[in-house]
Design a protein around this ligand. Sequence first.
Ligand code: BGC
Length: 378
Amino acid sequence: MNLSPKSRRVVAVATALCALSFGVAACGSSNDNKSSSSSSSSSSSSGAKAQKVGVLLPDTQSSVRWESFDRPLLQDAFKKAGVPVTIENAQGDKSTQQQQAEQMITNGAKVLLLVNLDSGSGAAIEANAKSRGVKVIDYDRLTLKGSADYYVSFDNVQVGKLQGAGLVACLNKSGASKPAIAELNGSPTDNNATLFKQGYDSVLKPLYSAGKATKVADQSVPDWDNQKALTIFEQMLQKNSNKIDGVLAANDGLGNSVISALKSRKLKQIPVTGQDATPQGIQHILVGDQCMTVYKAVKKEADAASQLAIALSKKQAAPAGLVNGQSDDTARKVPSVLLKPQLITKANVKVPFDDGFLKPSEVCVGQYAAACKSAGIS
Ligand code: BGC
């Protein structure tokens, strides 16, 4: 941002006034008007005033969900509730995320929503917040040995079970006998990746042990990096002389890397799984390159997190019925909101559209227009 000395002075004065006045709501939008962040402000209608909230997103590499879905849906949820919010994305850098958290606290945030980049850095952010009287909600990813007040996510073991069952159903359809399966897992530093694997291995392991399928590869993708996933999967193909009949890919981005590698080797379509119901994942499902994805209604996740953040910032109890479980962070049990994921195949591909999550204009373009039309999406 290029500011003239004069406008810099204006900003400095405005910031000082902002810091003096207790009405933090009035400071949100002018203070945080940078391209990487966004904010909205007004005061809450009911009783005590909701205080500033900061949202810490992880990256733009591991999934399009964070910027395309979580950011706008969280922005909306807080705006509707009249709560000033600042949203930042750490672009995969742990020290950037720590600095962003620090900055938010300095700017008056009383609640942070954190999607950690790993448990160690997440726990450090939470310890610092706690020492400054700031509440934290683990958003989507649980911080192991952390100190968050709440955790809001999906039943992530169930996500994995849907992926395992989805892969098996597609393999049965493809008629492969004793299929060779490759597992491409999420980031080893993401607790969710561990839970997804726990879920799909609970479906696949019995098949391996009974000799009904063979596991020919099983590797984690650091930071869910799609480029690394491509290299890893190419090596898997190489090692197995291309004889892979199905791939458990832990999200749509990793699934896309698999599909790209198969295409560049001119290999035939095989069952490939995914997660997140991204526009690209749905396009792949429509044309048969991908066999399933898992739809997680991010709107519900954003709404639940915003309701909890508002309660925390007003020092009120969580809205009745919202907290529905506990999650073990290996040191303690964290009160949790765990939502239900849904399996999506070509048969019910309309679900994320009907739910308002996807727009036909994001998916039904170019070569995918015809497939959308025959699936009844318009
Ligand atoms: C989220 C997934 C996402 C992945 C990569 C996980 O923690 O639950 O929805 O695809 O991270 O960002």
